[in-house]
Unconditional design. Sequence first.
Length: 289
Amino acid sequence: MAAQLIDGKQIAKNKQEEIAKEVQELKSRNIIPGLAVILVGNNPASRTYVKSKEKACLQLGMHSVLIEFPATICEDELLAKIVELNEDHSIHGILVQLPLPNHINEKKVIETIIPEKDVDGFHPINIGRMMTGQDSFLPCTPYGVMVMLEEMNISISGKHVVVVGRSNIVGKPSGQLFLNENATVTYCHSKTTDLKAITKQADILIAAVGKVDLITADHIKEGAVVIDVGMNRNKEGKLCGDVSFDEVKEKAGYITPVPGGVGPMTITMLMYNTLKSAKNVKPTIQNSI
């Protein structure tokens, strides 16, 4: 029996409707959630992501600012712009689209954004809070995965979760969020010996490497939940994930497609984090004369 499809597009749509209602509520109190996106250079994939973030802001009634710089911008100028946005009360979230040109220190850029406006959830302070189970901005893709599973009523507590991939953006935080929900977590990566032996133990498998057809039916156990975070192009130029979808769906219990799975959830959780940041703003009390 084929796996049940986890429709990220539909779940994202439902979540965005909830966000839009809350945005309207904030607007009635004269707070318009604002997101500033900085794009350096002209990477086509980055430009596509940025356009979809702008579109989502518009649809949800949020304030959106796109700041574009040439790839030749010096690091100091970029950092100065971030500091300016940190102090701008109309902006609640700041996002610098990665990757950046080689002459710019990514770590320095991320750490210049104040944690209160770090809606990507990449700042070490937010990562530290997430690690220790405190309230924080959670990285959007792993957060989106958790919301999807919750919406599908897939329980996590006590399950064995295997994460294939150890990036700071997806792999590592994904494992931590599952751990926070009482799962037993195993990380696999390029140096793992006998990947199949480990992935076959997974009740929930997260594939987040960026390699076409990395996970085949042989890698999973019957009925497993398979979440494909990969975003690749196959030989025909079609968008695909890390999972051999057609063969794995015959064995899995649940599976996410690419496109239409995790992708839409990433942008939705970015919008959610921006809303959350706007809600955190303390109303200013006017001095009575």
